[in-house]
Design a protein around this ligand. Structure first.
Ligand code: BGC
Length: 721
């Protein structure tokens, strides 16, 4: 603090203004590249005082920097971890912390100071193009996953940035759209996730979101950035804007958006002036006081002084990529979700099987945009299977290799440059094998496996159409043909879903014997798939988000806002009834519920004890592996509130636990605590706990409740926000 005040006293007014505005997007629009090529931004250095620039880089599935540099032989690859939704499917806090440590080491060793992750918006609608970058539809799961990840990152002496604060649940018109949402839904769902992460892990920075919140840009919203974030939650780091967000830099500073990123917004928005000039002008005219500016500078300095750049850390450019590859594998291994299994998995290493679907070769490791990564390699599903020595049908494999190579040369399906410098590959037709060919393939194999893939990314939302939320006709026909030929011979069929967020499953699942959801598992995808097929990995992931039966069933029916062709506002009419809170309260049956996931083994739950000890609800129970394979079980604690003065969802997740690896016959006793405040609803400016009988429900999923017990709260309680 003393050092901060000392620096502050030495800064000229112009230097202070520079500190609250980034240097412009490095490497674009004639701006010099960052010392770390591909970093998303930098703060202004103050060489006179020996203050270097701090370097900021994405993102949620691993550090996003350029893997190569001009006139430089060396490479700068970073590990591609599974996407956040898959990390959340692990429900494993220790593992998330470990992933955070690995990413943090790469951040530090490549000379970056602040990682622009984790992203933690809520899965309000399955079609949000960036859902893969977000954890869950539930704030407790999101907040806990983010807290663990931030702890891991920051244990490496670099900063994390929780983003996008707040209510940024769509890509359509994301820079202007006005999110209209009640304070109750904000506090209980959308802010709650951030509140947990900020209180538990103290991230160095927060990124304010692009959108408006109830009429005011998040980056210009003093209620959000000062009242909620600092006064209510005690946040001590700095807030940065999302890239080119908002429309008024002076208002941003006044509202407590400390750093305007990336700076030089006029380079992309010709209507705008230089932020530095605008802020200087406002100071001159008395529209902004130096005290207001100082507050932002102080917040920024508090963090900058901790950065490796400021401490002149000499980074190696050699993070331990081999060790991190193992962590990426481990994280993916625990995030695989087995949705259906009628005796198809696991199978023996010697079982001959046929692999269908172009995604076996063009495997999707993650989504596009700032959540992308540039790893050393990506193990495709086919490569993973070959490496593991499994008995995949070689003729069919060759058929797919030739088909893809040939199609990608045609004008229609040629890979092309997309947004963000990614190479987009138009979706290939999947139905090129005749019924007769498949019949012969079925004769010589014991299992048929079909890969279905999807990709999405920053800048656009998905669509409720065939080929996106629904299977395309050719995908459907492929599943139909393979199933009918294999089933005629009494052989099994498995579908592998290589997707970033839910698709429609209910209309075709009865055709197949098994469904394995591998999400977008990063660079190790193929190895994870191969090991799961033969039981080296026993799936232990559970859904962090509901798979609805049909798009018409979802509560956020008005996504992405109105007017439909160019949404100016989006009203969160479903209010607190997001995800399972809606499906459970209004009796809408999903295809696969929140918290669902099968295992190769079975678990039994027993001995539930619940007691109230002061302001803590104490819970204990025992989980036993009663099946044949070693495995881990995720148990979930839902609370059903009494019917009282306020409407409540049918039940809400309040705690969860993943066991250690339990051998057949082994048990683990689980002890969990829920602070009373976490049972509250947000009513008229405070948290309110109704008196009455509460039911503690211990579930293997939100709809598979194994143990229940009632406890009473005798008196109403209130807590400050
Ligand atoms: C994204 C942020 C990202 C930033 C810098 C923005 O477009 O919304 O998530 O951190 O760019 O790349």
């Amino acid at each position: 603090m003393k050092e901060v005040n000392e620096i502050l006293s030495k800064l000229t007014l112009e230097e202070k203004v520079k500190l609250v505005v980034g240097v412009g997007m490095p490497g674009f629009f004639g701006n010099p590249p960052s010392k770390v090529h591909g970093a998303a931004g930098e703060t202004h250095p103050i060489p006179r005082l020996g203050m270097p620039a701090a370097v900021l880089a994405d993102g949620p599935a691993g550090l996003r920097i350029n893997p190569t540099r001009e006139n430089d032989e060396k490479t700068y690859h970073a590990t591609a971890f599974p996407v956040e939704t898959m990390l959340a499917s692990t429900w494993n806090k220790e593992l998330l912390e470990k992933v955070g440590q690995a990413v943090g080491e790469e951040v530090r060793e490549y000379g970056v100071d602040i990682l622009l992750a984790p992203a933690m918006n809520i899965h309000r609608n399955p079609l949000c193009g960036r859902n893969f970058e977000y954890y869950s539809e539930d704030p407790v799961l999101s907040g806990e996953m983010a807290a663990a990840f931030v702890k891991g990152v920051q244990s490496q002496g670099v900063g994390a940035c929780v983003k996008h604060f707040v209510a940024n649940e769509q890509e359509t018109n994301r820079m202007q759209v006005d999110t209209i949402v009640s304070e109750r839904a904000l506090r209980e769902i959308y802010l709650k996730a951030f509140e947990i992460a900020i209180k538990k892990a103290k991230p160095w920075t927060v990124m304010s979101a692009y959108n408006k919140l109830n009429g005011k840009y998040c980056s210009q919203n003093a209620w959000l950035l000062k009242k909620v974030l600092r006064e209510d939650w005690g946040f001590e780091g700095f807030v940065m804007s999302d890239w080119y967000a908002g429309d008024n830099p002076v208002e941003q500073i006044k509202a407590g958006n400390d750093l305007i990123m990336p700076g030089k917004t006029y380079q992309v928005n010709f209507q705008r002036k230089d932020e530095i000039e605008e802020i200087m002008q406002a100071l001159k005219e008395g529209k902004l006081s130096e005290d207001e500016l100082n507050e932002c500078v102080r917040n920024i300095l508090n963090v900058l002084l901790k950065t490796p750049s400021f401490r002149k850390y000499s980074y190696s450019n050699k993070p331990d990529l081999d060790a991190h590859a193992k962590i990426a594998y481990e994280a993916g291994a625990e995030g695989v979700v087995l949705l259906k299994n009628n005796d198809v998995l696991p199978f023996d290493k010697t079982t001959p099987f046929a692999l269908f679907g172009t995604g076996q070769i063009e495997t999707i490791k993650g989504g596009t945009g700032s959540g992308d990564t540039h790893p050393r390699y990506i193990v495709s599903i086919l490569d993973g299977i070959k490496e593991a020595g499994l008995k995949v049908d070689e003729q069919l494999m060759k058929r797919y290799e030739d088909y893809i190579a040939k199609m990608r040369e045609t004008e229609q399906y040629k890979p092309r440059a997309g947004l963000w410098g990614t190479i987009e590959k138009p979706k290939l037709p999947e139905n090129f094998l005749s019924e007769d060919e498949i019949k012969v393939i079925a004769e010589r194999n014991d299992v048929g496996i079909i890969v279905i893939s999807r990709i999405s990314g920053e800048g656009y939302d998905r669509k409720p159409i065939k080929g996106d939320f629904y299977l395309s006709d050719d995908e459907f026909e492929l599943i139909q043909k393979v199933s009918s030929q294999f089933h005629k011979l009494e052989k099994k069929v498995l579908v592998i879903l290589n997707i970033g967020s839910p698709i429609e499953i209910a209309s075709w699942r009865d055709m197949v014997d098994g469904i394995l959801l591998i999400w977008q598992a990063g660079q190790e995808t193929g190895r994870i798939v191969a090991d799961t097929l033969v039981g080296k990995i026993n799936p232990s992931g559970k859904l962090p988000t509901t798979f609805p039966k049909d798009y018409k069933d979802i509560p956020s029916w008005n996504f992405p806002g109105e007017p439909v062709d160019n949404p100016q506002k989006v009203v969160y009419e479903e209010d607190i009834y997001v995800g399972y809170r809606y499906y459970d309260t209004f009796n809408v049956e999903p295809a696969y519920e929140f918290g669902f996931g099968l295992s190769y083994t079975k678990f039994e739950y027993k001995d539930l004890n619940v007691s109230l000890d002061g302001d803590l609800v104490k819970i204990s129970y025992v989980v036993t592996n009663v099946g044949k394979y070693p495995g881990k079980e995720i148990s979930q604690v839902y609370v059903k509130a009494p019917k009282g003065k306020i409407n409540k969802p049918f039940q809400e997740l309040k705690a969860f636990h993943k066991t250690r690896l339990l051998n057949p016959g082994e048990s683990e006793t689980i002890n969990l605590e829920i602070p009373l405040r976490e049972l509250a609803s947000f009513v008229k400016d405070e948290w309110f706990v109704e008196k009455g009988e509460y039911e503690i429900r211990i579930g293997a999923s939100s709809r598979d409740i194994r143990l229940r017990k009632i406890f009473s709260i005798e008196k109403e309680r209130t807590f400050k926000p």
